[in-house]
Design a protein around this ligand. Structure first.
Ligand code: FAD
Length: 560
């Protein structure tokens, strides 16, 4: 028997001409998925704010020029940071919890080197009337100059030395940062319209009143005054400071060092001093470090390379005194100690019970850090604890005076200095153009916006990623390394770089993998314009698309 139900008839969607689209299951929903570009942990950790997942994706698609340009939106020096950055991005990388962090630093060098060979740097035009003075041409001053030019400003760059680069040139040795790379990267970063004045030292050849005539000034004079140990015998003949020694070596001089050298310190400078001395033929080099091996401020790679080059490292000791005979310094007495700090934050050994250690030496180079020379600044520039006082955007309390890098921060790395220079340029622009944004931490200042959401490992669906071993950089064998100052680490070739790029999870960014489209049980996802659209008529908010998204680029949001 058949009954005519009229309008109460159930929807016969199997009937010809009918489709499931008519079943508006979306009405059951209280929350729905949304595509987002969430912050990848590598970017959140990068002191220069590089969009790492985005440039790796661009390079993976074969667009090296696009990847290079994306990095240089923030950091003008990828070939430099790809060699010397301490890569906190890799410590934050979600892949580190799976099969090893992506070798971001090596990839950055790969793209940076590609840029130096094939890239054409943009030459920004001057579009603004104001002129800004930048003092100091280390990474902070150079990054600020680069970004100010991109923002259309005229820039006058003042540098005390005769060449640009700061510690990149006078500190970091050539075997880690070849001078050809440094010089070319600076040439690419400094627009032709920038006026460069070398041999001009603020407080000597450059007066504060000259600076005051500019619309704004950025002070990036670094921190290069060597710290002292303040122990008996420190002034004996044959003792010196690590950075002064490196300056000589980087200038091509070969200081005489004797056959037994002690280097005091545990940071990059100490490692560079010890390794340079080995390259200059010193047979016995002993580093005395306060920190335990795993806590040394030098990068672990530097420590491992120093050890493989025959440097001996003694950890957990503080220098107590220097021994002296008629010929000058003859040794160092050290005692078990751990790291402490005085009221000004300077390193202080906290001696502990235990037998002292005497290391015989013909020379001692102290490399326990540097402080900023603030004596040349006018009284109006506020300083505290050995640093110029700045806000998050690099603005000092003095109107239109900005500062950054080692002179204004104890986070003493190249990439922090680059980030500080970039933020200061944007702050200067905000101050001179009167622009403000929601991201301003203080009036007239600029900072990276706080990331809304940083993608965690739990948001990555690792079932979609095969385990692949992280690529390693090639190293020249130690005996070859010790013969010259030729670069120690090799770069990735195309094939290795491509394989390493493929390891990136691309956290927080949709790459069009189709998983949401394939897995949606309601077929609510459709492909549109290279992306996807979720039909709110049909999405029930089940969250399966979020579960199946490999990279955390779909988030559940509540219905309003
Ligand atoms: P600087 O690089 O010091 O530049 C300051 C510039 O200002 C200099 O050119 C100086 O001549 C100029 N200047 C100074 N006073 C005046 C004045 N009165 N008037 C005009 N100009 C002036 N960081 C890393 O990330 N990775 C590393 O591997 C690494 N290795 C290092 C190795 C060594 C040996 C040293 C010493 C440091 C190393 N660092 C490393 C730290 C890093 O080099 C610094 O943090 C960084 O260079 C700071 O940049 P900056 O621009 O603030 O200052």
């Amino acid at each position: 028997m058949s009954v005519d139900l009229g309008s109460a008839r159930p929807l016969g969607w199997s009937e010809p001409g009918r489709t499931t689209l008519e079943i508006k299951t979306g009405g059951w929903r209280t929350r729905r998925p949304a595509y987002v570009e969430a912050t990848a942990p590598c970017r959140a950790a990068c002191p220069a704010g590089e969009p790492i997942a985005r440039w790796i994706e661009r390079a993976r698609l074969g667009d090296h020029a696009g990847a290079w340009a994306l990095i240089r939106e923030e950091n003008p020096f990828p070939a430099i940071t790809g060699r010397v950055c301490a890569h906190p991005c890799e410590s934050a990388c979600n892949r580190g919890q799976y099969d090893g962090a992506v070798a971001i630093n090596g990839l950055e060098r790969f793209i940076g080197d590609w840029g130096l060979e094939h890239g054409t740097p943009a030459r920004p035009a001057i579009t603004r009337a104001e002129c800004v003075a930048v003092v100091g041409s280390g990474p902070a001053g150079l990054a600020c100059t680069y970004h100010l030019s991109r923002l259309g400003y005229r820039v006058h760059l003042f540098e005390a030395e005769h060449e640009l680069g700061g510690l990149l040139r006078y500190g970091i040795p050539e075997y880690r940062l070849p001078r050809a790379v440094l010089t070319r990267e600076i040439e690419f970063a400094i627009a032709p319209d920038v006026e460069v004045f070398t041999g001009r030292r603020l407080g000597e050849d450059l007066s504060w009143s000259t600076l005051a005539a500019y619309d704004a000034a950025f002070l990036a004079t670094g921190a290069t005054l060597p710290m002292r140990l303040r122990v008996p015998g420190e002034e004996a003949r044959g003792t010196g400071h690590g950075l002064t020694f490196l300056r000589h070596v980087n200038a091509g001089a070969v200081p005489s060092l004797g056959r037994r050298l002690v280097v005091v310190g545990g940071g990059s400078t100490a490692m560079d001093v010890a390794r340079s001395a080995r390259r200059l033929g010193v047979p016995s080099v002993t580093v005395l470090a306060l920190e335990a091996r795993e806590d040394m401020p030098a990068q672990p790679e530097e420590v491992a390379e120093a050890l493989s080059e025959g440097v001996e490292i003694v950890n957990g000791v503080g220098v107590f005194s220097f021994l002296e005979d008629s010929g000058g310094v003859s040794g160092v007495v050290a005692r078990p100690a751990r790291l402490g700090r005085d009221d000004a934050g300077a390193v202080l050994p906290l001696f502990e019970p235990g037998a002292s250690l005497t290391v015989e030496a013909d020379g001692v180079l102290v490399s326990v850090g540097q402080r900023a020379d603030l004596s040349r600044l006018p009284a109006g520039v506020l300083c505290d604890s050995g640093l110029i006082v700045v806000n998050g955007g690099g603005a000092t309390p003095t109107r239109h005076v900005f500062a950054g890098g080692d002179a204004a921060s104890n986070q003493r790395t190249v990439t922090h200095a680059i980030g500080a220079g970039t933020r200061a340029a944007r702050s200067i622009h905000a101050a001179l153009s009167g622009s403000t944004s929601a991201a301003d931490p203080a009036p007239g200042a600029w900072a990276l916006p706080a990331p809304e959401h940083v993608v965690g490992f739990s948001e990555i669906n690792v079932h979609y990623f095969r385990r692949v071993r992280r690529a390693r950089r090639r190293q020249r064998p130690p005996d070859q390394r010790l013969r010259s100052f030729v670069e120690t680490a090799g770069g990735f070739d195309e094939e290795t770089a491509a394989a390493e790029m493929a390891r990136c999870f691309t956290c927080g960014r949709c790459v069009g993998c189709d998983n949401c489209y394939i897995f949606c049980p309601d077929m609510a996802v459709s492909r549109v314009d290279g992306g996807y659209r979720i039909s709110t008529d049909h999405c029930k908010g089940c969250g399966l698309c979020i579960e199946e998204c490999p990279r955390g680029s779909l988030h559940m949001v509540s219905e309003r």
